[in-house]
Design a protein around this ligand. Structure first.
Ligand code: ADP
Length: 319
């Protein structure tokens, strides 16, 4: 292998730049030429490639977002689009690609592999929803952003003795809600993996109120219901007046935490090593403190189990 490409795709996540930097510098360390592919699969189809040198990734480790930009590509979902992508890679002499992204990006990577390109995936998504890795790049930063928001909302909740519902990202995964909720001392955490029971939420609110706790923070993952729906349910059932905070895209930005930078650096260096050793079709993941290779098929087709112990603990500790 002489030339490899690197792209970021799907939703952006803090730490993607640290990942790109590690791919470039580890690749050059192994005497590879590294080419950046802009805007994910969309840019690949459009031939937006440029050579990345050691200095091209200077001053990026601390920056959120992705210097390669990211996009979603409908065209890559078609056979013609993928053939076009293949011909671009052939034109540039690139036979291995590091894909930084989430499960959708890895599904794209699997398709690329079927066309004879070597592909290794680096898990970059704030959702932490990929099977085969304890953590994905960006998750730790997003959780810290949410915890910071909970702290601030709690100040005003305590002052005014109010109930707040904070909506966080997670259409299919409660990882952000659960981890930020436990760290932020939330009184209720609602996640898409479990049935939503508004009466139970109200019961907990009433119990807390009777015990003298006049403020409460409820964290709801967007996949459960909107914060306004939860507020409406609480008002209907219990009559409590409740306020809303929707964190939205704040959760995707910001300087990556040290944890995310180190995770990105380690996983991406391992991805390059995997390509150098002739491996393809794997995601690099972290399990415990060990870096491991998990097949891309497994990573996208298995569901990561949520740790409901967190939820039980959060309920015990927030009383
Ligand atoms: P994420 O990687 O964050 O889960 P998406 O689900 O939006 O992001 O996927 C990113 C891109 O990956 C899509 O826009 C598409 O170009 C490509 N992709 C996703 N699924 C497939 C698939 N089954 N076949 C080919 N390409 C895919």
């Amino acid at each position: 292998m002489k030339r490899i490409g690197v792209l970021s795709s799907g939703g952006d996540a803090p730490g993607m730049n640290a990942a790109i930097r590690a791919v470039v510098r580890k690749g050059i360390y192994h005497d590879l030429e590294v080419w950046g592919i802009k805007r994910g699969y969309a840019g690949l189809i459009d031939g937006e490639l440029y050579r990345l040198e050691l200095r091209s990734v200077a001053d990026v480790i601390q920056r959120g977002g992705t210097i390669l930009h990211t996009a979603r590509s409908q065209e890559f979902m078609t056979n013609e689009g993928r053939q076009r992508a293949l011909s671009i890679l052939k034109e540039y002499g690139i036979d291995g690609v590091v894909v930084i992204g989430g499960d959708g990006s890895f599904r794209g990577g699997i398709e690329l592999m079927k066309l004879g390109i070597k592909v290794v995936g680096v898990p970059g998504t704030i959702d932490n929803d990929l099977f085969g890795t304890d953590y994905t790049i960006g998750f730790d930063t997003a959780v810290n952003t949410v915890v910071d928001a909970i702290n601030k909302v709690r100040d005003t909740a305590v002052s005014h003795e109010r109930i707040f519902v904070i909506e966080v990202m997670g259409r299919h995964s409660g990882e952000i809600a659960l981890n930020a909720g436990l760290a932020g001392g939330a009184e209720s955490i609602l996640i898409p993996e479990l049935p939503y029971n508004p009466s139970e939420v109200c019961l907990r609110l009433r119990e807390s109120y009777l015990k003298g706790k006049k403020h409460s923070i409820i964290i709801v993952a967007e996949g459960v219901a909107s914060a306004s729906q939860v507020v409406e349910d609480i008002r209907t059932i219990s009559g409590f007046d409740t306020r809303i905070t929707v964190l939205g895209h704040l959760q995707r930005g910001g300087t990556p935490s040290a944890f995310d930078r180190n995770l990105a650096s380690r996983l991406s260096a391992a991805a390059v090593e995997a390509l150098v050793n002739g491996n393809s079709g794997y995601m690099v993941g972290i399990q415990g403190s060990q870096i491991s290779l998990v097949s891309l098929e497994e990573a996208v087709n298995h569901k990561k189990q949520i740790n409901t112990e967190f939820l039980e603990l959060a309920q015990v500790l927030s009383r």
